[in-house]
Design a protein around this ligand. Structure first.
Ligand code: AKG
Ligand code: FE2
Length: 249
């Protein structure tokens, strides 16, 4: 089995995978600097929040944007979900405190992959994600959503991560972060499978609506998710999909 096939079978089976040294240290230095710059500006603008989130698709985040569009990341996302994908977002996070158990997908029809690249070492007690094994499988996902299944019924897995390591997961996999006072920072890359059914189209549109509300909440009234600079450099097919499903107005 080659690397792509084994990633596909791991994600299909467990819902997540941890990868060591996905980003080399030189690239990571730039990625961290771009994320820190954007997050510091945001913290200065809106002090006192528990969660900071900012898109990294601007003029001064070229390294992040090029990783986002790189054949390597796109191939990983495509292999992980087993379908062709378009890129939706690259963004930076700084979080404090615990994160309740949740699935990043609001609907099971949202087929996508998230790649979280860590910029600092973390373990289960300091902010690494804890995943519920097989919680992305349709019947499990629905039973979690309706409260019929509880966390204790799953195998929970977390790993110690070093800078440059990544968690790659199906958007539907349920996860949490245990109580920690430490700030954790990471950069996330989102890819969605091109939809094949009406239900999948509706799930993507719903996600676009949520994304379009997010900047107002995290950044301020006037911010845009995709800067003009980013829009010009995105592959045409992604731009078309982002427009078609309502990410870009
Ligand atoms: O670190 C956190 O607070 C939450 C992270 C998370 O839920 C995610 O990356 O999807
Ligand atoms: Fe999440």
């Amino acid at each position: 089995m080659d690397e792509r096939q084994s990633l596909r079978s791991e994600i299909a089976d467990a819902g997540f995978s941890y990868v060591r040294s996905l980003v080399d240290l030189d690239c990571l230095k730039h990625l961290t600097a771009e994320a820190d710059r954007a997050l510091s500006a945001l913290e200065a603008k809106i002090p006192g929040r528990n969660n900071y989130w900012t898109p990294l698709l601007g003029e001064d985040t070229r390294v992040t944007s090029s990783l986002f569009m790189s054949e390597r990341f796109v191939t990983i996302a495509r292999s992980a979900i087993g379908r062709d994908v378009f890129g939706v977002m690259a963004d930076a996070y700084a979080s404090y405190g615990h994160s309740d158990l949740h699935s990043d997908a609001q609907s099971h029809a949202l087929a996508g992959i998230r790649i979280n690249v860590y910029t600092e070492p973390l373990d289960a007690n300091t902010g690494a994600l804890r995943f519920l094994h097989r919680s992305h499988i349709q019947s499990n996902w629905h039973r979690m959503k309706t409260g019929q299944l509880k966390e204790a019924e799953f195998l929970c897995q977390s790993r110690t991560v070093d800078p440059g390591d990544a968690a790659i997961f199906d958007l539907r996999t349920w996860h949490s972060v245990s109580d920690t006072n430490r700030c954790r920072k990471f950069v996330s890359f989102f890819y969605y499978a091109y939809p094949e059914t009406d239900e999948e189209v509706a799930a993507i549109r719903q996600s676009a609506e949520r994304n379009n509300r997010a900047p107002r909440y995290f950044l301020g009234e006037t911010e845009e998710l995709y800067s003009a600079a980013a829009r010009e450099t995105l592959p045409e097919s992604w731009n078309e999909a982002l427009k078609r499903y309502g990410f870009i107005n």
